[in-house]
Design a protein around this ligand. Structure first.
Ligand code: HPA
Length: 277
């Protein structure tokens, strides 16, 4: 089983570090991994079955170490449906994090806002999702070792973890929005008509990732929290066209807020663990 081999590769290279929280960093947000203390960076090419990202802004390494007092395994780079290589590597990566000891997964992503009151630079906690990819990563034979054939997506985005994000944001004075993330297949950006469609369907933000990872994580019993970094208004809602360069630069600008939120969140998780023991 590839995920088991991948977990063994991670634990071997992590030399005694035992990650509890997995983190996936989206486009332009990879710098957050530099804040991880006592870290070891493992190139994806050295982990069985891990994805090799092909997109600018995605480094392709797993950084294992301590952030906010919690042992984390941070994916600096992810795969997207539009890369066309299916979901096997994504499944392997998420399941390997679970097998390596994680019980929680934090997903981050750059996204376009579908709400004009939530502009570029804002953070948005993900409360739910719309899978508009036309594909599901769990299609195919079910691996019962990981989860049920028909996993529930009720509360896919953990309400308690989201409350914690809200709380931490309040303490830090960060203006955290909350909303539904729609996964759009890409790689072309949406048309203005598609943006209007997604607004009507109840989405608040749109991006090209995140949802497959959430589905695979929930299937294998990981708790999931997510935060989108709004890099632009959706096509047709703002002034000009949207491009990847803008995504990367706006994401980097907001990365320090996301970093503060993430570190505060992990510190609170750490306190909770302390009070449990
Ligand atoms: N659409 C899709 N994905 C995105 C966007 C967008 O407007 N911004 C950042 N990622």
């Amino acid at each position: 089983m590839t995920a088991a081999r991948a977990a063994a590769d991670i634990l071997h290279r992590a030399s005694g570090r035992r990650p509890r929280v997995g983190i996936v960093l989206g486009s332009g947000l990879g710098g957050i991994a530099d804040r991880i203390a006592g870290s070891v960076a493992i190139p994806y090419t050295e982990i069985a079955g891990f994805p090799v990202p092909s997109v600018a802004g995605h480094a392709g390494r797993l950084v294992v170490g301590t952030l906010g007092g919690v042992e984390v395994a941070c994916m600096q780079g992810r795969v997207h449906a539009y890369e066309g290589n299916g979901f096997d590597a994504l499944k392997t990566a998420i399941r390997a994090l679970k097998l390596a000891g994680c019980d929680t997964l934090v997903l981050t992503a750059a996204a376009g806002s579908l709400r004009t009151d939530v502009g570029p630079g804002r953070l948005m906690a993900i409360s739910d999702h719309l899978n508009l990819l036309g594909a599901n990563p769990l299609t195919g034979p079910n691996d019962e070792a990981f989860g049920d054939r028909f996993p529930s997506m009720t509360d896919a985005w953990d309400p308690q973890l989201r409350a914690l994000l809200r709380d931490v944001a309040g303490t830090l004075g960060l203006d955290l929005a909350e909303g539904v993330y729609a996964a759009y297949p890409g790689p072309s950006f949406e048309t203005p008509a598609e943006v209007r469609m997604m607004q009507r369907l109840g989405a608040d933000a749109v991006g090209m990732s995140t949802v497959p990872e959430c589905i695979v994580a929930r299937h294998c019993g990981l708790r999931v929290a997510g935060c989108a970094v709004i890099t632009n208004l959706g096509v047709g809602l703002g002034d000009g066209p949207v491009d990847h360069h803008q995504t990367l630069s706006a994401a980097s600008a907001a990365a320090s807020d996301l970093e503060r939120l993430l570190v505060g969140f992990l510190e609170r998780l750490h306190e909770k663990d302390g009070s449990r023991s």
